[in-house]
Design a protein around this ligand. Structure first.
Ligand code: T46
Length: 135
């Protein structure tokens, strides 16, 4: 069963020259095949997103612009990480409750996902999440 220790940062290889930085996510950078890409933008600074866990979905979050905090919970422990480097993404595995908040102005969160959208994969009630961990 996954714990928050299984949530890891992954550095995205980059090419930096006088024209700026080019970061590349190739097949071997993330440990799943990408089935979906979505992104969050125009996010009010007081917005709260997430507030759920996934049964099967793996996701890689990249703060393309600005910063935000991700609160991670596994039913026993809680960890808060700040995403603020466009070449450093967060790999979130299944069975982890996540909440996104404290968005900076202009924050953009890119998400690469291992599955297509499926509402049945969500656990949106925290009590159900805790129950799922004890099964
Ligand atoms: C996650 C965080 C980081 C779709 O129709 N297709 C999609 O691919 C997604 C992701 C969402 N939706 C619909 C479902 C809702 O009616 O868009 C609406 C907003 O989704 P949600 O409230 O789940 O958005 P967030 O930002 O709270 O969560 C999303 C992802 O759902 C979630 O997996 O980890 O971004």
């Amino acid at each position: 069963m996954n714990t928050i220790d299984n949530v890891t940062f992954i550095e995205i290889p980059k090419v930096h020259d006088e024209r700026g930085v080019l970061a590349v996510i190739e097949k071997e950078v993330i440990p799943f095949d990408i089935k979906r890409v979505y992104y969050l933008y125009d996010i009010p600074s007081d917005a709260y997103r997430g507030g759920h866990a996934h049964k099967k979905l793996r996701q890689f979050l990249v703060p393309l612009s600005g910063s935000f905090d991700v609160i991670l919970k596994d039913g026993n422990d809680t960890k808060i990480v700040t995403l603020n480097k466009p070449n450093k993404g967060l790999l979130i595995v299944p069975g982890i409750w996540r909440e996104l908040e404290n968005f900076s102005s202009g924050a953009v969160c890119l998400v690469l996902a291992s599955e297509v959208y499926d509402e049945a994969d969500y656990i949106r009630d925290y009590k159900d999440f805790i129950l799922s961990k004890s099964r």
